[in-house]
Design a protein around this ligand. Structure first.
Ligand SMILES: [Zn+2]
Length: 439
């Protein structure tokens, strides 16, 4: 819903009154943070996510410079989001912090972080050594473009959208791939894992230890991020096309793995499966909120892989004349009909949703710590999933529940507090719809 110019003027007047009131109440420097969004649309889930990101950056800067927040207030209005912080500190220092965020944050161009000193006088960027901000479209210095209306609202909106999408696309690639990497590292640390490499011994693997795995996992960090990106970039293409590109990236990742481990296969299965899952999350991504829906992610994995994996099996059958050197998985399929990890993926990883995650959740709910819950799940998966569903080394049921557990429990951008109704206790004014939070 758009806002009228009159509503924007009213909001501006309201802000000025509120600033005055807060300055009067606290007698402290005041930071007033709003979003700089062109056009009539001032509020949306994406704008709120950006606003929240800005609030986090401000609070981190305050914390890092020992600036105490005496009171804060958040207003979420259809005329735009507003945050007010009454802070104990030097107004010039605080203005410098705010200017730093505006100039260096990837979303800084969309942030307006005004600072008023304790007398209510607004500080200018130039007073703390900052420069006047340039045009968001062409970069020309000063406000010349805005005052002469050199760019259309549509141009301004397109640039704004581009800034927001680009930032959250990269931010989510980083977050999702770091969760995936962490689950690879956690997986090898879980102890005991009979027969597998853990913190105590190498199980039945004489050629590797825990450090072979940490070396391999670290080498895969760029690949995991790339898989999320490939999913994001191919949202408009067919699921099969996404998978084809993921596979090409996987070949390069295998080379990186072998280079890191001196030729030992530590994560070949994980490259295939975890890469596919990261790609699926990328396909389902939107800038407002990354996808955390397990069923949708697993379903996307199945859609992407079914066709290609059927083709794989037909190829294996065709090459049964011995013309091709077969992998263990290919031999198992050919001689015993075992579909292994390919079949598991084409079916949407049922061992994750039916066994791995329920067992992990139950163990955590029963009060087991993280290691023990994962170790129990490892044993349950070993004993309850027949080899024709899991393949040789059981990487999938072991790794994925933890990854999905991370994805579904990782800190979300919390729902921003709605405007609280009622009286402002402190000022005693019944017409003031705001709430103050005291640390
Ligand atoms: Zn311009």
């Amino acid at each position: 819903m758009g806002v009228t110019p009159q509503q924007i003027l009213q909001a501006r007047e309201y802000r000025a009154n509120l600033q005055q009131e807060l300055t009067h109440t606290y007698g402290l420097p005041l930071v007033c943070f709003t979003m700089n969004i062109a056009g009539p649309e001032k509020d949306s889930p994406l704008i709120r996510r950006s606003f929240h990101f800005g609030c986090e950056q401000l609070l981190a800067a305050f914390h890092g410079h020992h600036v105490e927040v005496a009171a804060q207030q958040i207003r979420l209005e259809h005329t735009g989001c507003e945050a007010y912080y009454a802070v104990r500190g030097n107004a010039h220092t605080i203005k410098k912090l705010c200017t730093g965020i505006e100039d260096s944050s990837p979303l800084g161009r969309l942030f307006d972080m005004d600072v008023l000193d304790q007398t209510g006088t607004q500080l200018r960027r130039e007073e703390v050594g900052g420069h006047a901000r340039g045009c968001i479209v062409c970069g020309a210095p000063g406000r010349g473009c805005a005052s002469r209306r050199l760019h259309t609202v549509e141009q301004l909106q397109a640039v704004t959208k581009e800034i927001l999408y680009h930032h959250f696309q990269q931010e989510d690639q980083r977050q999702i791939s770091s969760l995936a990497l962490r689950s690879l590292l956690d997986e090898v640390c879980v102890t005991p894992k009979p027969g597998l490499v853990d913190r105590v011994n190498s199980g039945s693997h004489k050629d590797m230890d825990i450090f072979t795995f940490t070396a391999s996992a670290s080498a895969l960090a760029p690949y995991l991020s790339r898989c999320v990106a490939l999913g994001q970039q191919t949202q408009e293409l067919s699921p099969e096309e996404t998978f084809a590109r993921l596979r090409r990236a996987g070949i390069r990742a295998e080379q990186d793995m072998f280079q890191a481990t001196g030729g030992i296969n530590t994560h070949k299965g994980a490259i295939f499966t975890m890469g596919t899952v990261c790609g699926a999350i990328g396909r389902l991504w939107n800038a407002q909120q990354p996808c955390r829906d397990l069923a949708a992610i697993l379903n996307t994995c199945a859609q992407m892989t079914q066709c290609a994996i059927d083709t794989d099996f037909r190829e294996i059958e065709r090459s049964s004349d011995g013309s091709l050197a077969l992998t263990t998985g290919q031999r198992l399929y050919l001689h015993q009909g075992i579909k292994g990890i390919r079949g598991e993926l084409a079916a949407g990883l049922p061992s994750v949703s039916h066994i791995g995650i329920p067992v992990l959740r139950r163990a955590l709910a029963a009060g087991k710590d993280y290691n023990d819950a994962a170790a129990i799940r490892s044993v349950v998966c070993h004993t309850s999933i027949p080899i024709n569903q899991r393949g040789r080394n059981l990487p999938v049921p072991l790794i994925f529940p933890k990854f999905f557990w991370f994805v579904s429990t990782a800190p979300r951008y919390p729902a921003l507090p709605e405007k609280p109704p009622g009286r402002d206790q402190r000022s005693g004014r019944s017409d003031c719809p705001h709430q103050f939070h005291f640390p």
